[in-house]
Design a protein around this ligand. Structure first.
Ligand SMILES: C[S@@+](CC[C@H](N)C(=O)[O-])C[C@H]1O[C@@H](n2cnc3c(N)ncnc32)[C@H](O)[C@@H]1O
Length: 352
């Protein structure tokens, strides 16, 4: 249910390049999106002037290098226009890691680029980021499951979108519907006629998310700590990560009546079940500790700063986080399972 406390600001990913080093699961999802992205880049309208590609919710950039390279190569087969690549994220994002990757990563799309101009914006994409009709191609992965605000408290799960409490389910659904429509409306204004947007984000079937094992263990670790006095009951409730998982029907809803929403047409919508990037190694080695460490690090990478900001009003977060993630890792090593989350793959185009 909605909290009566001040909303906590959304926190970006764990800094100092930690997310870049621990995001193999997200990389797997991106690989699954590349054929759709390449098709969008081959068919998008390319004008005379510079082409603007935007990477909304870029984090520290490593996972954006291949998709941006794919886009640049597809465009270069058709045109020599200057290309600007703009990476956007929250103001608290570790943009230094992004610029390091651009300068020195083996996969940097800048390595052999000509007439390609990268830059970055530190501002939420729930605000306008560009003048009207500036954007030609837009990419966003693993970001749109985050809600625009953190006001919902779930008594029975660490992830707002995995609560079974009816009032929480309804509040998440309402917030996610509003956020999706706002995101679409803002992007549509920024996109030029014929522009395309590809979005990949955490989603669900009616009954499953694919996160039941991983986040069930994280929640169990929180509950153990609450039982042992690390958290009071109100603190445990407040510890709710503002993420919701949409069904395909919820994603499609704004387009349902007219086929178009805010000038955007829904060209493609699909639910993809991802393979576990760590399971083969685990089967080969049988090393449950190494498997658990990889998942504990990958989980910390995306949620530790948010958890820190949710507990910070009550306690010093560093020791709390160390204890929580040690317990989480231990639980994962005792009960290793395949992690196969669902991802929505969405392609939109701006009507001419
Ligand atoms: C899991 S990371 C994904 C990073 C990268 N796109 C990838 O696929 O690996 C999610 C990113 O979305 C960003 N994000 C969440 N809400 C956002 C918002 N309202 N505006 C801009 N970025 C946001 C987070 O800060 C984070 O960097």
């Amino acid at each position: 249910m909605p909290s009566d406390q001040e909303p906590t600001h959304l926190a970006a990913m764990k800094g100092d390049g930690f997310y870049n080093r621990h995001s193999a699961m997200q990389t797997t999802g991106i690989a699954a999106l590349l054929p759709l992205w390449e098709a969008a880049c081959r068919t998008v309208v390319v004008g005379e002037g510079p082409m603007t590609i935007v990477d909304y919710g870029c984090s520290q950039g490593r996972n954006s290098m291949i998709p941006m390279r794919v886009a640049i190569e597809a465009l270069r087969l058709r045109s020599g226009v200057p290309i600007e690549v703009v990476h956007t994220d929250l103001p608290s994002n570790d943009f230094s890691a992004l610029f390091e990757v651009l300068a020195s990563d083996l996969n940097s799309y800048m390595n052999d680029a000509s007439e390609v101009f990268p830059s970055a914006i530190g501002r939420s994409y729930f605000e306008a980021l560009f003048p009207p009709q500036r954007v030609g191609l837009a990419w966003t992965t693993w970001a749109l499951q985050w809600m625009s605000v953190s006001t919902i408290e779930a008594p029975d799960h660490i992830l707002a979108g995995m609560s079974s409490e009816a009032s929480v389910v309804a509040a998440v659904r309402e917030q996610q519907a509003k956020d999706w429509e706002l995101f679409l409306t803002l992007r549509s204004r920024e996109m030029r006629p014929g522009a395309k947007l590809l979005a990949g984000f955490t989603a669900r079937t009616a009954n499953a998310t694919g996160w039941e094992w991983l986040l069930g263990e994280l929640w169990a670790a929180v509950c153990d700590m609450a039982t042992e006095g690390w958290l009071s009951e109100p603190e445990r409730k407040r510890l709710t990560i503002p993420i919701g998982l949409r069904t395909l029907a919820e994603i499609e809803r704004p387009f349902a009546e007219a086929g178009v929403f805010a000038g955007l047409a829904l060209d493609h919508l699909e639910l993809v079940k991802l393979a576990d990037p760590c399971w083969e190694d685990f089967e080969r080695s049988g090393d449950a500790s190494a498997f658990a460490k990889r998942y504990a690090d990958m989980t910390q990478a995306w949620c530790a700063p948010m958890i820190a900001s949710l507990v910070a009003p009550f306690r010093e977060p560093t020791a709390f986080l160390a204890e929580l993630f040690a317990r989480f890792e231990q639980r994962l090593s005792e009960r290793p399972r395949r992690h196969e989350p669902y991802m929505a793959a969405v392609v939109l185009s701006k009507r001419a």
